[in-house]
Design a protein around this ligand. Structure first.
Ligand code: 13P
Length: 283
């Protein structure tokens, strides 16, 4: 499969009223499960490693797996670095072939956020790499710590300033979504989302997909979301089913016998999210 431009995929999603899902992987088995599910659903998707995964596996290996997978995939596939707080990690992901990176400097002041995004954009754009930034905050217990504060909501003028000053390609927005499982029903500020969408042309990203009901994901897409991030439900499905299979198999299990049924369970979840984002058949 030839290299696809994420910009084009997001534009098509915007015009077609669907979103590109981005799934977090932890190792090679969920990585493969996500790609197989996307191919079976004929869906363009993103496959993302967070900084913990990159630091554990190594950016060289993640990059190499990503490159090989993007070349081999039967459907458009974009390998992405998720939630990097460090400019140097974004740069090294780019060096190792990631076509898309996220610099998340949302915990800093607007000025510092803009500065970090400018630095990544300056490195990424000449090499044709897509950059995502974040404004406002994603709640919950993510890799960035436990954010429960009330000032999570994106400010329209700040979003517009960040886009204008940096030329960033997509923007994650704080609208009440949270990383991890929700306690109770997620309270998403759709009005603020619509206001940001009206103010800027840049594709908008929803983080904290796990646990958001289908109708809310679709309402978010209608109000300007072009990319939906899903992580927790992938690794929980992986680990919980792994435990079950290991118990079933008893002593001396063989790795491939264990992971095969586990991959099928992960694929079911990925396919459900692909349909929720209405991206099935859009490859
Ligand atoms: P969840 O883990 O809540 O699905 O969020 C994933 C995410 O936003 C990754 O950036």
């Amino acid at each position: 499969m030839i290299q696809h431009s994420l910009k084009e995929l997001l534009k098509k999603a915007d015009q077609g009223g669907y979103a590109i899902p981005s799934f977090n992987y932890s190792d090679i088995w969920d990585f493969l499960a996500i790609i197989e599910a996307a191919e079976e659903e004929e869906a363009p998707v993103m496959i993302a490693s967070n900084p913990l995964v990159v630091m554990d596996i190594g950016v060289e290996l993640c990059g190499a797996f990503g490159k090989a997978a993007m070349e081999k995939a039967k459907t458009p596939l974009i390998h992405h670095l998720d939630h990097s707080f460090r400019v140097d990690m974004c740069k090294s992901a780019i060096d190792y072939g990631y076509p898309s990176v996220m610099i998340d400097a949302s915990k800093y002041s607007l000025k510092e956020n803009i500065k970090a995004v400018q630095e990544v954009v300056a490195y990424a754009h000449p090499q044709g790499v897509h950059v995502e930034a974040e404004i406002g905050k994603i709640k919950g217990k993510g890799i960035e710590g436990d954010f429960k504060g009330g000032d999570f909501l994106v400010q329209v003028d700040e979003a517009a300033a960040l886009v204008k000053e940096t030329g960033v390609d997509s923007l994650a927005v704080g609208i009440g979504t949270a990383h991890g499982f929700y306690e109770g029903k997620p309270e998403i500020n759709f009005q603020r989302l619509a206001e940001v969408n009206k103010a800027i042309d840049t594709p908008l990203v929803l983080h904290g997909g796990t646990g958001i009901p289908e109708e809310d994901i679709r309402k978010a897409i209608k109000n300007g979301i072009n990319k939906v991030n899903v992580g927790t439900i992938i690794h929980c499905t992986y680990m919980n089913n792994l435990r079950e299979e290991l118990v079933k198999m008893g002593p001396n299990p063989y790795t491939l016998d264990v992971v095969k049924p586990v991959k099928e369970k992960i694929k079911e979840v990925v396919k459900m999210w692909i349909r929720t984002c209405m991206v099935n058949g859009k490859a």
